[in-house]
Design a protein around this ligand. Structure first.
Ligand SMILES: [Mn+2]
Length: 278
């Protein structure tokens, strides 16, 4: 069974955060792990929810139309959260750059912004943005980025076949492209240059850190004197960045929680019994 359509067992808890950041969902592509994201959205709630770009993949949809019920369900879930009081901000990325023409507007109570500063509960200030404007490849030669994008999709396609076989053998999800990315030296140096550039921007604005997405690699560490946070993605790593009620930032690996069925490994945050509407 395809991991994107396999019925998912619900994680038996509801996690409450002050803020949640997710990005690089790539709705409209076969690589999007929408069922896992839905599960995450169902079992978490927050005062602030930031959609940090590449939520809908306009580049892929332009090439060929791919849209599943679960992709609709993600959109509906987000709109429902907005209606029920979650303060949602959508910061478009490069794959959904068409949405950038609507900066400053509000749709279905979701505000669209290019970049913003988020202040945590403990008073630290973070630049929030997708991050593609620091990607020299994207800025200097868009065609090169698109070629890279297609190679990336090919890797993801191989990844799906590979995981279908793993699934049949009773093995869990394993990301081939993520493995390759970690192994390929040039990719590693690209990642570190990206991290340094984004961190330098936050530093020059006198901020305490930066929260971004774009490179599909969840991370939280000190870079260039500020805290660099990347919320990862929902194609490979199935991660989100969260802020607890006291202002502590943390990366949530939903795949790990899901596989282990052990939400209790998380240090205590406010949890509520299941069934509370979000
Ligand atoms: Mn991007």
């Amino acid at each position: 069974m395809n991991p994107t359509t396999a019925p998912l067992k619900a994680a038996p808890m509801r996690l409450k955060f002050r803020s949640i950041w997710i990005s690089d969902v790539h709705l409209g592509t076969a690589g999007c792990q929408a069922a896992y994201l839905l599960d995450f959205l169902k079992h978490t709630e927050s005062e602030y929810l930031y959609l940090v770009g590449d939520i809908i993949d306009g580049w892929a949809l332009k090439r060929s139309w791919y849209w599943q019920q679960t992709h609709n369900d993600v959109i509906q879930k987000l709109l429902r959260k907005a209606r029920h009081g979650t303060r949602i901000t959508y910061l478009p990325g490069n794959h959904d750059e068409a949405a950038r023409q609507f900066l400053g507007l509000i749709f279905g109570q979701i505000r669209i912004e290019n970049e913003l500063v988020h202040t945590t509960a403990d008073g630290r200030r973070f630049l929030v943005l997708h991050g593609d404007r620091f990607d020299g490849v994207v800025q200097c030669a868009k065609w090169l980025a698109i070629v890279g994008d297609r190679l990336y999709e090919l890797t993801l396609a191989l990844n799906r076949i590979f995981n279908r076989i793993r699934h049949r053998c009773g093995l869990g999800y394993w990301s081939l492209s993520q493995f390759l990315k970690h192994k390929v030296k040039t990719a590693v140096s690209f990642v570190s240059r990206f991290e340094e550039a984004v961190a330098a921007e936050a530093q020059s604005q006198g901020l305490d850190g930066v929260i971004c997405g774009h490179i599909h690699k969840a991370e939280m560490r000190e870079v260039g004197g500020v805290l660099y946070c990347n919320d990862g993605d929902w194609v490979e790593s199935l991660t989100a960045l969260v802020e607890t009620e006291t202002g502590e930032l943390r990366i949530i690996d939903w795949q790990q929680l899901f596989d282990e069925q052990a939400a209790s490994v998380l240090p205590p945050v406010t949890t509520e019994p299941e069934g509370v509407p979000a």
